[in-house]
Design a protein around this ligand. Structure first.
Ligand SMILES: *Cc1c(COP(=O)(O)O)cnc(C)c1O
Length: 294
């Protein structure tokens, strides 16, 4: 069977934001692994898909919002690997499909639009409950998703004191925690407001007890996919300094948060810090043209 081939290894890029007390600040550019399936989505999906293949499934069903990076990534990988794909999309069908939906449809994904209440309960129409459909949970949340995310760490052999990442469902962060040593400290920047079950959701994916991690909720800019001019300005500024494009849903908030924490002296002197650029750049298409300098 054909398979999706990511460009690996991904680059590790040192950046300087001029915090003299930091020994190393590096960005793991997993956004670079593919032009469409950018970033952590491939890592989170890889073991679901190998499981589906192993058991002879031909059809994948998954869930996501109209702007979901997970939906595009699933559609693109399924197309490359010869799976049929269906996306159960949160909310009424919009009069005009988002870029994300258009792109996913271009990869052959079919959609069913679910009322929000059904979506939030993980509802699956009868048609897609039969034994031929392999379900992948929202955002790839689950042990297989976390196991895939753990393998992100194979992309670097440098040992960092701190790892900082953006957090949605927490699947990626759980995988990173599982792959780290107890001497390393993980900090997740939540892109969502509230989301009080997040810590528990992460905890549930840990393969052994870990206490070396924390979530910051100080940088969500009003909640999922919300932003303010200050964030967009920061993303443009960050691009100017580093040539690294970020997205406004996750990684813009990640680097804004990281830089604020650097200013606040959150990291001990001489720390070596790794930030995970988890991708998501396709989401920027929902911004008005011209807002971003890249
Ligand atoms: C989906 C996504 C995340 C969140 O990953 P979780 O495993 O759901 O926490 C972070 N960054 C980007 C760019 C994403 O697309």
């Amino acid at each position: 069977m054909a398979s999706f081939v990511p460009i690996l290894p991904v680059p590790l890029q040192d950046i300087s934001l001029h915090y003299p007390s930091v020994q190393q600040l590096a960005v793991l550019r997993i956004d670079k692994l593919d032009a469409v399936v950018s970033g952590n989505k491939w890592f989170k999906l890889r073991y679901y898909l190998s499981e589906a293949r192993k058991h002879g499934f031909k059809k994948i069903v998954t869930w996501g919002g109209a702007w979901s990076n997970h939906i595009v990534a699933t559609a693109a990988i399924c197309a490359a690997e010869g799976f049929e794909s269906v996306g159960l999309i949160r909310g009424e069908e919009p009069t005009q499909w988002s870029n994300t939906l258009q792109q996913a449809a271009g990869y052959g994904m079919k959609f069913v639009f679910l009322p929000r209440s059904d979506f939030d309960e993980g509802f699956r129409p009868d048609e897609y409950r039969t034994a031929e459909w392999f379900p992948i949970p929202v955002g790839g949340y689950g042990p297989l998703g976390a196991a895939g995310a753990k393998s992100i760490l194979e992309q670097t052999d440098v040992s960092f004191d701190h790892i900082v990442c953006a957090v949605g469902t927490g699947t990626m962060m759980a995988g990173l925690i599982n792959g780290c040593s107890q001497q390393q400290q993980l900090t997740g920047i939540s892109a969502l407001k509230g989301h009080l079950e997040l810590e528990e959701n992460i905890q549930n994916l840990l393969t052994q007890p870990h206490t070396n991690w924390a979530i910051s909720r100080a940088f969500h800019f009003g909640g999922y996919a919300r932003y303010r001019t200050e964030l967009i300005d920061y993303m443009n500024e960050f691009y100017k300094k580093t040539k690294i494009p970020t997205d406004f849903v996750y990684t813009g908030k990640l680097f804004f948060g990281l830089e604020t924490l650097l200013k606040q002296g959150y990291f001990a002197p001489e720390s070596r810090i790794l930030a995970i650029h988890s991708g998501g750049l396709q989401g920027n298409r929902s911004l008005e043209a011209g807002r971003l300098a890249y």
